[in-house]
Design a protein around this ligand. Structure first.
Ligand code: DLL
Length: 434
């Protein structure tokens, strides 16, 4: 069978919209009756559940954002009694209190269904040995993938992230076919294997399902070449139940959104107006079936666009482009807007450097300055400062030409940049805090 759930993934557009409208109405009524905070927000806007008559009426609903979850920490937005909650995940983010994600038993089953679609579309089958190297714990990556791997009925190897040498030994001993991790951790594993003189390309590893952080198409290519696998993708966030929101297929051309569970919109991040069809903006999601903590119009801060045209894989559910970056990771350097993923794909045009980099932002006077620290390949580093300077100039020129961005390139010694086991830290902000 080609799809995990053909009826859901290949539903005619008209039916999807009908189903979404039904479930949107249910969700609005569900939170209106059970979550005082939502009721108050809806009342303030003068919207009653009965006012949702067409799908476009979603625009009448108030938006929700991370600070709302923090303000209601830990369970202020929970729509069911604790007796019905069977799991809580959380994400700490960079500041303040964490945000929580509670699940009912039904939510857990739905999570398993969404993740099974993701893993299946990536080419995972019941006979596969799946090594799950996303972190286990409060993070939704480890246990979310776990749920999907079990739903399909694969051989699950719950390594969690870290202990990289052991990951490689187990990969050899258990004949792992599928690796699940962040893309940056996949690179760390590839590098460790090279150090151990293990040729990953000769192992039975066939597929990787990577996500939880932005990564460019060039990084996908790099991982595929280094590991000899298909590098597939998973997208999701704690606020909406974790991974399982969207996933790519063999076309590797955008991520299919599980539209029977999530209603997607794209808006201008400044005005919140909808952008014209097919244009980039901030991705907003309304959950359509979650029971413990439904979300109305959650602002993801992720920048992408929606694509309605039919996919060659046969799925009819809408696609989103690979996430370009987060609005809060966007740097403005001398008036040029830049996302780390743009720099990443340009750095990967050069054979002289490793795909290990960090963007250092400093203030000089009133202006922000960017230094791109990137690891030199061993032979370049050993060739000495003159060779390094030549490569630095070449890269700086390329980046200026492609992005209009003046940045200082600083080649550093191989292995100097900290390796990632989870989400890579790409920005080092050394600007003074106000
Ligand atoms: O990262 C859930 C997840 C786990 C997704 C495993 C995929 C695989 P959070 O920690 O709450 O949840 O972080 C959510 O991570 O808003 C995006 O900015 C980013 N993100 C997640 N997946 C992708 C992706 C998990 N495929 C935030 N591409 C999201 C780019 C991603 N960014």
């Amino acid at each position: 069978m080609k799809y995990w759930n053909e009826a859901a993934e290949c539903m005619p557009e008209e039916e999807i919209r009908k189903l979404q409208l039904e479930r949107l109405k249910e969700t609005v009524a569900w939170v209106y009756e059970r979550v005082p905070w939502y009721r108050q927000r809806l009342d303030e806007k003068g919207v009653k559940p009965d006012d949702i008559r067409r799908l476009e009426d979603v625009a009448k609903l108030p938006m929700t954002e991370k600070t709302d979850l923090r303000d209601n920490y830990p369970f202020g937005l929970c729509a069911v009694p604790m007796a019905e909650v069977v799991r809580v995940h959380a994400s700490s983010g960079t500041t303040g209190k964490p945000i929580t994600g509670p699940y009912t038993k039904e939510d857990m089953q739905q999570w398993g269904e969404c993740m099974a679609r993701n893993l299946w579309a990536a080419g995972t089958r019941p006979e596969d040995v799946v090594q799950n190297a996303y972190g286990y714990g409060l993070f939704t990556g480890g246990l979310g993938f776990h749920q999907g791997i079990e739903t399909i009925g694969c051989v699950e190897v719950p390594t969690s992230s870290g202990l990289t040498e052991r990951q490689i030994t187990l990969m050899q001993d258990f004949k792992t076919n599928v690796l699940t991790s962040t893309p940056s951790y996949a690179l760390t594993i590839a590098e460790q294997a090279e150090e151990m003189n293990v040729n990953i390309k000769k192992l039975p590893l066939r597929v990787g399902v990577f996500g939880a952080e932005p990564w460019s198409q060039s990084m996908r290519q790099e991982i595929e070449d280094r590991m000899g696998i298909h590098a597939m993708e998973a997208y999701g966030l704690t606020e909406l139940g974790g991974p399982g929101v969207a996933y790519d297929c063999e076309a590797k051309d955008g991520l299919h959104i599980n539209e029977d569970y999530y209603l997607a919109e794209i808006v201008d991040p400044d005005t919140f107006d909808p952008v014209p069809a097919g244009e980039k903006g901030e991705l907003i999601f309304t959950s359509l079936q979650r029971r413990a903590m439904p979300m109305l119009r959650y602002r993801t801060k992720d920048i992408t666009r929606l694509r309605k045209e039919k996919c060659s894989c046969g799925r009819t559910i809408v696609r989103m482009d690979k996430v370009f970056g987060r609005t809060d990771d966007m740097l403005i350097i001398s008036g040029v807007n830049v996302f780390p993923s743009q720099v990443e794909s340009l750095l990967l045009d050069f054979d002289e450097v490793e795909p290990q980099y960090v963007l250092v932002v400093r203030k000089k006077g009133y202006l922000d300055h960017l230094t791109i620290r990137v690891e030199a390949k061993r032979e370049i580093y050993e060739a000495g400062p003159e060779k390094e300077a030549e490569v630095e100039n070449k890269i700086a020129k390329h980046i200026k030409g492609m992005l209009g961005l003046s940045a200082r390139i600083q080649l550093v010694e191989p292995k100097l940049i900290a390796r990632s086991e989870g989400k890579a830290k790409r920005i080092l902000d050394e600007r003074p805090k106000e």
